[in-house]
Design a protein around this ligand. Sequence first.
Ligand SMILES: [Zn+2]
Length: 344
Amino acid sequence: MIISLNLIILHNYYNLNLSSTIPLRHRQTAKSAALVLCGLTWIARNQAPSTGAVLTFHGLREHGRHAGVLDDSLHLSVRTFRQICEFLAKSYQVIPLSEMVRLNRQGEKLPVRAVAITFDDGYASNHDLGFPVLRELGLPATIFLATGFLDGTHQLWFQEMDLAFQAMGRSGAELAKALAELKNLPDTEMRTEVERAVASTQVSATIPRSMQPMSWDDARALQQSGLIELGGHTHTHPILARCTQKEQAYEIKTCRDRMIAELGRAPSLFAYTNGGPADFTAETQQLLTEHGFDAAFTMMGGRYSARSSSHALPRYGSPETCLETDAMASGAFELLKKWRGGGA
Ligand SMILES: [Zn+2]
């Protein structure tokens, strides 16, 4: 009886298609479902501590899988994105990220159940598919731009590898392994490896339109909407900790300068590429401060409060269902950790 009731709640409240069991096999989704079923997300959501949650998305896709690439896992279906946004609109207060930063910096209370939506890289699909959903629901968001990607001068290196591996007849699993290894190399060595792979296969295929960058005109239109704010995400999308100090300064300065030139204003928010604890350094944080970025976000999950370090701010990875969204946005993961650890 209780299980049936829970399944009805899952279906109606979280827009979860129970006929599809694939997402439930996903470890994160299964864990999220458990947190919802035992009521932990509800408890966490209603504890009303003065903390917020920042969610990360990348690209979006129309439906089905992207043809022509081995890995489109960073690109959520727009149908799922809409469900997540509708869920956030009814259960949380989605506020601009800059407002969350301002409130935390000034030590003011965040709205109850405050959430900020962000996208990384600057895909055309953010403009073409994501913005109409956000505008319809009146939800603000921040898009972090890799400026060389928008300029058309620097393809995203992991997309180049995808096309090269596809041309070589390699599998998605082989690509994932290669990308993980490349991420550990110094940036110049990584670029050499990518160039070698591309040259050896003479790639002629192109990335699908929605996985390509938005244009600067798109970015200006989004900015002028008043609903979307734009932040920096480097120029050529290296992992900054794998760069020399000079390269890091170039990436941060060029990103800022290109945004000023194209958008008429200096960005103040930044998101680290890859975003793990070993993907930026104290030097990176110093350079960001010197170039006017007064808040920088990682991909390390956690609550964002006035106590968070301004250039190592927490951000949750990409939720793929409303359940995951609730588990992240509510603070249930942290509450569970606190209870397990017996913390106060
Ligand atoms: Zn990125």
